[in-house]
Write a protein that binds this ligand. Structure first.
Ligand code: C5P
Length: 292
């Protein structure tokens, strides 16, 4: 018999779109996408404890950027999960917000997905990952891929997720210049796009193979995001100028950008250098994770 925990702690790792190609706008208003997604060691954390009501509190370095209200994605995910299984339990939920908000690394989506995983455990629910992905999909396009938070091939509007188990783990630096970029606004500014159908990656042994594969891809949202927030261009230039940066690109709809490095020493060196030149930017050296 497995025991039911009275408190659960869950990580909500940052989601990185190593590339993101945009296809046609669909009848439902969303765009078809194709993306290779990985997750970073850096992330938010959430805890869930027994309570009569659903109560959320937020702490951590970026807590001030979020409102604690019924619209918070964590609370909405909790309500959706409870409704799905007709559960009438509450939970005391604490979100430690380490990631910048509205930043293209899925912070809100990762938090919502972590709430689905954490509450399913706290409430001892018999619910599959597939069911959690379906519930997540009703709340946001990026939530399904965050349910497992492992490397994945993403299609559809984001909800078609295929796990990829042979993507090499790589060292990475993430940089956010402190400008929140709303996803809808970036899609609205989209002009050129590569379309979907690039195809899944071949076997890749290391960071060099990965960078060579990614070199033939792009983030179609980079140009419109730069139009919305020109500082993204400055971030990309600063990242690409770092010795050892194998590939520099924006994630999601921005403004967070990343560089891949052959090893963690190179990433640490670049992060230290960037912090010195840009003390107001959020900068994290991390490793992509293959499992959480
Ligand atoms: O699904 P999510 O709430 O994250 O999407 C935010 C906005 O981004 C949508 O309202 C839509 O304007 C745009 N979007 C899109 N195509 C997608 C995902 C998002 O046009 N595949």
């Amino acid at each position: 018999m497995t025991s039911v925990p009275d408190a659960v702690r869950i990580s909500a790792p940052a989601k990185i779109n190593l590339f993101l190609h945009v296809g046609d706008r669909r009848p439902d208003g969303y765009h078809a996408l194709e993306s290779l997604v990985v997750f970073a060691g850096a992330g938010d954390t959430l805890t869930f404890a027994d309570a009569d009501e659903l109560v959320l509190s937020i702490d951590g370095p970026f807590a001030g950027a979020l409102k604690v209200d019924a619209d918070n994605l964590v609370t909405r995910a909790a309500r959706a999960l409870a409704a799905h299984a007709n559960v009438r339990k509450g939970a005391r939920m604490t979100l430690t917000k380490n990631l910048p908000v509205a930043s293209g690394i899925g912070g809100g989506s990762a938090d919502a997905a972590a709430a689905l995983r954490g509450l399913a455990r706290l409430w001892d629910m018999d619910v599959s990952r597939e069911q959690l992905r379906k519930i997540g999909e009703t709340l946001g396009s990026d939530i399904p891929v965050c349910v497992d938070s492992t490397p994945a091939w993403m299609e559809g509007r984001g909800e078609n997720v295929t796990p990829l188990d042979d993507i090499p783990a790589v060292a990475m630096v993430l940089v956010n210049p402190g400008v929140a970029v709303p996803t809808g606004k970036v899609f609205a500014a989209l002009c050129a796009r590569r379309g979907v159908g690039h195809g899944r990656p071949p076997f890749m042994a290391n960071a060099f193979d990965l960078a060579a594969y990614l070199d033939k891809t792009a983030n179609d949202l980079e140009a419109p995001a730069r139009a919305v927030a020109p500082v993204i261009g400055e971030v990309l230039d600063a990242l690409a100028a770092q010795p050892g940066a194998l590939l520099s690109r924006m994630s999601g709809s921005g403004a967070t950008c990343f560089s891949l490095f052959a090893d963690s020493a190179g990433a640490a060196h670049a992060a230290a250098d960037l912090r010195e030149d840009h003390p107001n930017w959020w900068i994290a050296e991390t490793q992509t994770a293959t499992q959480i």
